[in-house]
Design a protein around this ligand. Structure first.
Ligand code: AMP
Ligand code: MG
Length: 485
């Protein structure tokens, strides 16, 4: 393995250097026949990189950690976490590595991270690998989230390794190169709390403040302010998920970031028909992470973060708990405010109107009862605001009930332009994602590329793209997603 520095991308190994307790130096497994499947040119440029470098054999090796750029110290990060409510004191990157940090053209410090790069000391029974389909899936969905303006980790590239991976059948292996504000999670703090003294916890909190919530550093109680900032970031994030019908699917505490970015696109999915109980993950039998549970789960996870942070909040444990409880009380208010403001915009209405809240509640009841496609409904409602209600009426088996609702709504004079700016026409619909991944796995990347291209502009409806805007065909059936794929 040789060392090289691409002219414009300089790595730092800040996390590796500053957090030896949380970082195990490790190397990516050598890929027998690396092939670049997709490169995010725009993101590469944002990193200050000439995208064409990554298309060279040397650049492609860099994307999968088989050529270590100068300054990079690949590490597997340790973290703990509550998975489906059960606590594991040691999880960590079982099949991922942090290559290091880079500064983008806006001066932001970002993590460059690999997923599917081979077994690490945290791999437990896992093979450390990932396969082409699910890595392209993360690429599609994370980039779609970004295009919708929802905070998320980004996808820089997917490289096929040339190594077959055993799942239910043999499948082609791949590595995803992920870029994120950081990979600090609630689980990182849980790990520091059980494994370190307060000094480590404090150092981690200082790091989180400097990277993500610098205003907290100026507060009278910086660590309490950090906690408040994470609460605010997550309240806003989960509200945005709810507004676009996103079901994360595996909201374990190791999959909740301190930055407020969406992370870990394993079993996630967007719902078609509006259904508060929507669950897609094959392992979520109890529906713990169902659509409507997400705000509650976020609050539960933040309570776990509070427990980890207690020694920093006050030297007296009782007073620390009192402070944490008070801050946690803010979550519901912040979440409700973000959700209500978002729903108000989706309906094209004025935030101060008292009539909005009952209108939203009644609407959601109608959508659920009629099993109406959530995304198509809101997008078509924009046409109704412009005086063409036919398409949206046709979504209801009982258009009369919709008409009665629409009369009340139209009386508030909705702004159709505002609606088009917040109601996506194109989301990563499950049937489209599956179609693209099946073709890609068989060697045809065209449907994947087209889908990524459509989703890059979710709010601008374009002629000829009708098949990307509609619900799944009736024969698509019930959709199941999987973890650790
Ligand atoms: P997730 O539910 O995807 O966030 O993963 C939970 C934990 O399982 C993390 O510690 C992952 O690193 C680990 N993991 C998932 N899949 C694999 C795999 N194929 N090999 C090794 N570790 C894995
Ligand atoms: Mg994870």
């Amino acid at each position: 393995m040789s060392t090289t520095t691409p002219a414009t991308l300089t790595f730092d190994g800040r996390f590796a250097r500053e957090f030896e307790e949380l970082a195990v130096p490790w190397q990516a497994e050598e890929a027998p026949a690396p092939e670049l499947l997709v490169l995010n040119d725009a993101l590469a440029s944002e990193l200050g990189m000439d995208p064409s470098y990554f298309r060279t054999p040397e650049g492609t090796l860099m994307l999968i950690g088989n050529r270590i750029p100068e300054g990079a110290t690949p590490v597997a990060q340790a973290y703990a976490g509550h998975q489906f409510g059960g606590y594991s004191p040691l999880l960590g990157d079982g099949r991922a590595l942090l290559l290091g940090e880079v500064t983008d053209v806006h001066g932001r410090l970002l993590d460059v991270h690999l997923k599917g790069s081979g077994r690490t000391p945290f791999a437990r029974a896992g093979d450390g690998l990932a396969v082409v389909g699910p890595m392209l899936r993360e690429y599609i969905v994370s980039e779609a989230m970004h295009a919708m303006g929802i905070p998320t980790t980004r996808s820089l590239a997917v490289v096929a390794t040339g190594r077959p991976v055993r799942r239910e059948t043999m499948l082609p292996g791949a590595v995803l190169t992920r870029v994120a504000g950081s990979h600090l999670r609630v689980g990182s703090f849980q790990f520091a709390r059980v494994n370190g003294d307060t000094e480590l916890l404090r150092r981690l909190a200082d790091h989180a403040i400097s990277r993500h919530h610098p205003d907290a550093g100026q507060a009278e109680q910086p660590y309490l302010a950090l906690f408040d900032a994470v609460i605010a970031a997550q309240a806003s994030l989960v509200a945005q998920w709810m507004l676009v019908g996103f079901v994360h699917g595996v909201m374990n505490t190791d999959n909740m970031t301190i930055s407020g970015e969406t992370i870990d696109y394993g079993p996630c999915a967007f719902m078609d028909a509006f259904n508060p109980e929507a669950v897609y993950s094959s392992i979520d039998a109890g529906g713990r992470y169902a659509y409507a549970n997400q705000p509650r789960i976020a609050e539960w996870n933040l309570t776990r973060l509070a427990e980890a942070l207690l020694p920093l909040l006050h030297e007296d444990q009782e007073q620390a708990v009192a402070l944490a409880v008070e801050s946690l009380g803010g979550f519901r208010k912040l979440y409700s405010a973000a959700w209500s403001a978002g729903m108000t915009s989706k309906l094209g209405l004025d935030a101060d109107d008292d009539a909005v809240s009952p209108l939203v509640n009644d609407l959601l009841g109608l959508l659920e009862e009629g099993q109406v496609d959530y995304t198509s409904f809101f997008r078509s409602l924009g046409s109704a605001a412009r005086g063409t209600p036919d398409a949206v009426r046709a979504m209801f088996a009982d258009p009369g009930a919709f008409d009665a609702w629409a009369k009340r709504w139209l009386a508030l004079e909705p702004d159709a332009g505002m609606m088009d700016r917040v109601n996506p026409a194109y989301i990563p619909r499950n049937h489209l994602v599956e179609e693209a991944l099946a073709a890609a796995t068989a060697g045809d990347l065209d449907p994947f590329r087209r889908l990524v291209d459509v989703l890059a502009n979710p709010y601008t409806e374009r002629p000829g793209l009708e098949r990307y805007a509609g619900p799944a065909p009736a024969d698509f059936g019930s959709y199941r997603t999987f973890c650790g794929t």
